[in-house]
Design a protein around this ligand. Sequence first.
Ligand code: AGV
Ligand code: CA
Length: 315
Amino acid sequence: MHNFYFNHDGNVDDLVSLLLLLQMPEVNLLGVGVTDADGYVEPAASASRKIIDVFGGRQHQVSVAKSNSRAVHQFPKEWRLSAFSFDDFPILNEKKVINTPLMTKPAHLDMIDKILQSPTKVTLVMTGPLTDLARALEMKPEIAAKIECLYWMGGALNGVGNVSEPHADGTMEWNAYWDPEAVQTVWQSSLPIVMVALDSTNQVPLTQQLRWRWASQRQYPALDLIGQGYSLVHSFEANSTYYLWDVLTTLISNYPELVESKPVKTAVLTQGAGAGRTYIDEEQGREVTFVTQVHADAFYDKIDELAKSAPYQPR
Ligand code: AGV
Ligand code: CA
């Protein structure tokens, strides 16, 4: 059994990631933090608590904390709104009450508490901006030694980002762009980092075949919820193809054999039109484990396997 802490930011793949993380037999989830980034924090925290209520099974002790971190560059409102719909799905609302506790402390302090209270090292999975971790490290640098590894969905190393905003040059990934300084703060710490950047998530786009695959198995409640969740996101505009960004990151935190990776030295720009751009810097960069190749078929199989194993016990 390994202790994990999960900080996400409320978009569809973040919530699906929570659903799947709860099903991993080797994972003991210490807590969940929700950042007010790619989903409005109120419905994102509420949906997280309901997912734990309905699909948490043996992990029913998990609590949720809301972040009070603020964006440097906020996500588009249109993307942030999906959390409200997810939170209203009937499958999460059979019971009118929510039992999973909402912590009173903000998420970065909850992260500190949970890491310091853990008797063993904690694996940290983050599928949104790094701000809560950066603030936690600034307050209590000693948590770095208690973190087994950070698995982060963020960045892009090939110069092709997914931000299309005024004054941004398009080389950066959104989670890094939301708070570039936070990336730098985390990069300056000593904790091991596995970086799941766009270079690897580009290998797992959300396709019609995947939607059909989940639809054909909707007799399993968790796969029904996953299909419903992804029905909220579509890619009509340029630069808006949806990928399984966060689900890939979450699954490899416990199943590293699903990908190939290599050590690379990287850095981040914090200012100017390239703010949030991560890049290779062989001389002065900070070493991270960079995911290069995804074994996509095994990855999709693992999603099905975990979702099929999910208990459905509204409480
Ligand atoms: O940049 C990827 C991150 C992931 O953590 N998010 C979505 C995932 O949760 C931002 C994002 C990029 N493009 C998007 C995003 C889109 N088209 N819709 C919603 N979010
Ligand atoms: Ca996310």
